[in-house]
Structures are given as structure tokens and as C-alpha cells.
Design a protein around this ligand. Structure first.
Ligand code: FES
Ligand code: FE
Length: 443
């Protein structure tokens, strides 16, 4: 494995650099599997993805196959997707509904509670044979925050709420949009891979600096459709900030932003539906929290969950390395249950046309990150990437790079044990508005 340092964190000269070989060395990836993915909380799925008893989803989480399922009585479980007999993959389809997971190899069967209930020819095993020891196994820790289910492969991971820390309020801003009906993952997902190290996509997922140059054509298109253009005048811009949320989590956010990427809901009917929804939120939560909600936010829950509330919708994105230079991406759209059909149509249109792997923006990002991965092959003569934007600023804007430094410092801590003090920056007051303790949901 390459020897350190992996980052240069020079506070005096406001300079932060990342060693590019951390994104090309297979030994780094092997260590990441243990100390990053093996010890963090990782996102598994949203509660709404299991609407009925015995629904299940088969996923790879942090490089390991798991089944996310709801049992007959409504309890949610996560099991390793591996038969306890000889290790075959149990669920070979991405999703389904069945009371019993049946292994096709020798036909052992497990209920959605994990219990081994079918064992053909059981009489062939001796009296001391412990059948209960062969129930399905779960990862050591499973937890849920506001319908977002996580697992940890480490018994010693902190409590999920403590781990999420400051990221909780950002998930609240998302979950609260469901009002009394809650939020739901819309059926279907985007799945794609790109030839880039997974950490490049972490950076890209909350990089506002690239938006204007990289997505120039998309922005031109939305401007032609009537969206307010990006202003270059600082006074006209929204209140924006990059925010350190602790434990390696970070976000970029705006409030009072007249500029909204994406195509707005169509016509008068769309405007009316959007205004009615906003009134319901204001009635429920008051003006300050609603105003924050109506900003935009790109959140990364360390290490690999991305939640973005932008472009007329909300995406949940997971990214899992499939090699040191390749990453598998899955993205889902999250929406309020029972949403007005006009708003839902607009949301899905933006999900497809902006975020889709064949949409008008994601291919730009794929091209950028694959070009970086290609460039990384140049090697040690050009060994460092610069991530210093905003380091000397009193307040970091969303187009700065504080959020990436937060991620890299936490990553570096996991890899080397070095602990770095957080940077201190001012966060604008509207982005600190707190969620009302008690609120009334409008009928
Ligand atoms: Fe599953 Fe044998 S491996 S029943
Ligand atoms: Fe982009």
C-alpha cells in the first residue's frame, strides 16, 4: 500500500490537498472495506420500500450481500443474503414477496424472521445437531432514523442517533415534507456504474462549484423554459453555506434562493398545487423551518449515503465501490405520500431528465469523474488534488469545499488514526432554524 500522508491539512496557509493515489491503490480499497465500510453505519433502505408483510429487497451494502425484509408481524430485519447451509446466495432477484426464502441448492427454507423452517431430510442429522444455530444471521447492528434504515458491521459502532449527529436535522427537513402521511420511495430506481473511485462521487455529490461550468447546457435549457438564471451578483444570491455536521457528515445548503434548478410544475395548476403544499407545511411547522425546507441541500452521511433535495425532488443515492476505479450507484426518488399528481409528475420528470443515467446532467458528472480517474494514472509527478476553497473564509459558501474536507479528514482518521480539529466557520442564521418541538399537521 502507498505510504502516507494521504492528506495535507495546512491551516496556517489555508491549504488542503488530497493524495491522488488514495483513489488508485487497490490496497487502499481493501483497507477502506475494513475501517470505513466495516465500522460505520451504512444505509440499507427506506421503510416505505417494504409496504407489505413478507416484502424483501436484496442489496449489496458496503460490499456485502444483505436482505432487507418485513416479517409477517411487521417487524423489519436485515439478514446476510447467504444460506446458512453452504453459503449460496438466497435471494437472487432484487426484490420480492415471500413468506419463506427458499435456497435453490438443497432447498433449505427460512422465514422472514430468519428462522430455519424447512430442512429436507432432517433425520440424517444427529441428536446434538443445533438447528437454531442455523437461522439466518443479521449484521451486528441495525437501526432506523425517520424511516431511513441503517446497518453497521461493527458491534462497537455508537448509537445510530449519536452517529448521525448534526445530519439528523437535515434528514428531518426531508422527512417532515411527508406531513402526516410520511414519505415514500417512488417505485423504480436508477442503477449505473462509473469508472471512477467512489470518493470522487462523494465529492461530486456536494460540489456546487462545478454546476455552472459542467452543466452549462442543462442550465441553458431550464433558463429557456423560464427558470430564473444563476446570478453572479453576490447580493442577489441566496444565503448559502457549507456545513460540518460532525462525524464526517457534511452538507451544502441554501435558504431564500430565488434560483431553483429543474423544471417547475407545469402551468397554473402546478403553481396552485405548489402554493397549497407550501401553505400546509407553513401551517404545520411555522415559517422558519418551512423556509429552511424550501432551500436546497446536498447531504452526505459518511461514508456513502447521499441525500439531495434539489431539482424539484429528493434523491437518495448510495455508492458502493466495485473496484478501486469503479463505483456502483443506486438512486431512488423520495416523495410525500399522496402528493398532488401534478407535483408528482414534475418530480418524476426532474428525476428522469436531471438525475437519470441517460438524463441531461448525470452523464456530465460521469464524464467529469471518469476523466479524473483517467488523469490519476499520471502518477506521482502530479500527486495531489487541491480542496482548499473557502478554508480562509469566515463563512464557507456552498461553492466552497469545506464539506469535502470534512469527509476527507474523517476518512483519514479511519485510515491512519490521526484526529484533526474541525474548521471554524460561521453558518448563517436561517440555516440554523430549529424544528418546532410540537407542531400541528393541517388536515
Ligand atoms: Fe442452501 Fe444448501 S446451500 S440449502
Ligand atoms: Fe453535477
Amino acid at each position: 500500500m502507498i505510504s502516507g500522508p494521504f492528506i495535507i491539512d495546512d491551516r496556517k496557509n489555508a491549504t488542503f490537498r488530497v493524495r491522488r493515489a488514495t483513489m488508485t491503490d487497490p490496497d487502499i480499497l481493501a483497507l477502506e472495506q475494513a475501517v470505513v465500510f466495516g465500522s460505520s453505519w451504512l444505509y440499507v433502505g427506506h421503510d416505505s420500500e417494504l409496504p407489505r408483510p413478507n416484502d424483501w429487497r436484496a442489496r449489496d451494502v458496503g460490499g456485502r450481500p444483505v436482505i432487507f425484509t418485513r416479517d409477517q408481524d411487521g417487524g423489519v430485519h436485515v439478514f446476510y443474503n447467504v444460506c446458512s447451509h453452504r453459503g449460496t446466495t438466497l435471494c437472487r432477484e432484487p426484490q420480492g414477496n415471500s413468506r419463506v426464502f427458499n435456497c435453490f441448492y438443497h432447498s433449505w427454507g427460512f422465514e422472514t424472521t430468519g428462522e430455519l423452517v424447512h430442512l429436507p431430510g432432517e433425520e440424517a442429522y444427529g441428536d446434538g445437531f443445533d438447528r437454531r444455530a442455523l437461522d439466518l444471521k443479521s449484521p451486528p447492528r441495525i437501526g432506523c432514523y425517520r424511516d431511513f434504515w441503517f446497518l453497521s458491521y461493527s458491534q462497537s459502532a455508537p448509537a445510530l442517533e449519536d452517529y448521525l449527529g448534526g445530519a439528523r436535522s437535515y434528514l428531518d427537513l426531508i422527512a417532515d415534507q411527508g406531513l402526516d402521511g410520511g414519505m415514500e420511495v417512488v417505485r423504480g430506481s436508477h442503477e449505473y456504474t462509473m469508472g471512477a473511485n467512489w470518493k470522487l462521487l462523494v465529492e461530486n455529490s456536494f460540489d456546487a462549484y462545478h454546476v455552472a461550468p459542467t452543466h452549462r447546457r442543462y442550465l441553458k435549457m431550464t433558463a429557456e423554459l423560464g427558470a430564473p438564471p444563476l446570478s453572479k451578483e453576490p447580493g442577489e444570491r441566496a444565503i448559502t453555506s457549507a456545513v460540518d455536521l460532525g462525524n464526517g457528515h457534511a452538507a451544502i445548503a441554501t435558504a431564500r434562493d430565488p434560483f431553483r434548478i429543474g423544471r417547475p410544475p407545469a402551468g397554473e395548476q402546478g403553481e396552485r398545487a405548489a402554493a397549497a403544499f407550501r401553505s400546509r407545511l407553513e401551517a404545520a411547522y411555522g415559517p422558519a423551518w418551512t423556509e429552511r425546507m424550501y432551500g436546497i441541500r446536498n447531504l452526505v452521511v459518511y461514508p456513502s449515503l447521499v441525500v439531495i433535495d434539489l431539482v424539484g425532488g429528493i434523491i437518495i443515492r448510495t455508492l458502493h465501490p466495485t473496484g478501486v476505479g469503479s463505483v456502483k450507484v443506486t438512486a431512488w426518488e423520495l416523495a410525500p405520500r399522496g402528493e398532488d399528481p401534478v407535483l408528482r409528475a414534475s418530480r418524476l420528470d426532474n428525476f428522469l431528465t436531471f438525475w437519470g443515467p441517460a438524463g441531461l446532467a448525470t452523464p456530465d458528472d460521469v464524464e467529469a469523474l471518469e476523466c479524473i480517474q483517467h488523469g490519476l494514472a499520471a502518477g506521482e509527478d502530479v500527486a495531489w488534488s487541491d480542496v482548499s476553497r473557502g478554508m480562509a473564509a469566515e463563512r464557507c459558501r456552498h461553492s466552497d469545499e469545506l464539506q469535502m474536507r470534512v469527509f476527507w479528514r474523517r476518512w483519514n482518521q479511519a485510515m491512519t488514526g490521526e484526529i484533526a480539529a474541525p474548521e471554524l466557520h460561521v453558518v448563517p442564521t436561517p440555516l440554523l432554524a430549529e424544528r418546532p418541538d410540537a407542531y400541528v399537521v393541517a388536515p
